[in-house]
Design a protein around this ligand. Structure first.
Ligand SMILES: [Zn+2]
Length: 285
């Protein structure tokens, strides 16, 4: 996977000039800021692994791509996914002729995965799971807010209807959402979303303020954010009632590291957390 900072200067220029902008000014690089100059604001292509392909189509680094070249780039980057899809489907069918028959029959995943939208953490790929094994929800900074109908519907469906056995909240070091929440700045529409993380900081203000090293404090906030989102899951009626009846699901908090590709289990004591939460949030009949 290419680092976020690798990109085409000319392509970024044309992206800024001619293409719709995605509004985000989240910090992109984590600990490797020394190797990465600040990204251009709102760059649509800045993290695309196909940038080099486009760059090759341009005769000079300094010449901005023409509208025709941009159009060709967009067509190729779109069509590439269908080419990949056809190859994947053929490969799966060759490995297991009944694969799609089973896929069409329904799903019974063991895991609910709640992760960050960051493109560098593909849940199935890093855990070796196959299609049908994990129900997936992702958002910026892997948050579980009780007013977010999206994540609440996902948890409800996964627990009550799919009967998942494990719920995993997976954050990651170098999370742009968490970094942004540590920055006292107006970020527009992201303000209410990031405030959930600022609230996590406030809840653990003393511990975090005592960490002098900024990188270490940032990493610890990533971990505490995962822990608080696990707590938010434990507060739901679906989880409490299912656990009382079935002894599952169990909630886990993990953190992914870009530097080695490994998952760290925060070893959250789910049962202790449940007991503690139920002092105030007991929703078991
Ligand atoms: Zn993130």
């Amino acid at each position: 996977m290419l680092p976020a900072c690798i990109g085409s200067r000319s392509l970024r220029a044309v992206a800024r000039q001619q293409l719709p902008r995605l509004s985000t000014s989240l910090p992109r690089c984590s600990s490797s800021s020394s190797c990465c100059p600040p990204p251009p604001p709102n760059s649509f292509f800045s993290s695309s692994p196909t940038i080099k392909k486009f760059k090759m189509a341009s005769s000079s680094d300094d010449r901005p791509p023409s509208p025709a070249e941009v159009s060709e780039y967009l067509r190729e980057t779109h069509d590439r996914l269908f080419e990949n899809n056809r190859a994947w489907a053929a490969d799966m069918r060759q490995k297991d002729p009944t694969f799609f028959e089973r896929l069409a029959a329904g799903q019974s995943p063991e895991y609910l995965w709640i992760g960050c939208s960051d493109s560098r953490i593909p849940a199935e790929a890093i855990t070796g799971l196959e299609p049908g094994e994990a129900f997936i929800h992702r958002n910026i900074a892997n948050l579980v807010c009780n007013t977010d109908l999206n994540v609440m519907s996902v948890i409800n469906y996964a627990v009550r209807h799919l009967g998942v056995k494990h719920i995993i909240v997976c954050g990651h070091y170098g999370c742009g959402g968490v970094k942004a929440a540590m920055t006292p700045k107006d970020l527009g529409l992201l303000n209410p979303w990031l405030r959930n993380i600022r609230d996590v900081y406030r809840l653990h203000e003393r511990e975090l303020d005592d960490i002098a090293d900024e990188e270490a404090r940032y990493n610890r906030l990533v971990e505490l954010n995962v822990e608080e989102q696990c707590r938010n899951i434990v507060k739901t009626a679906a989880v409490q009632q299912s656990y009382a009846k079935n002894q599952y699901p169990i909630v886990h908090g993990w953190v992914f590291g870009f530097h080695d590709g490994l998952l760290k289990d925060l070893k959250i004591d789910f049962r202790a957390m449940l007991n503690n939460v139920q002092k105030l949030y007991n929703l078991v009949d």
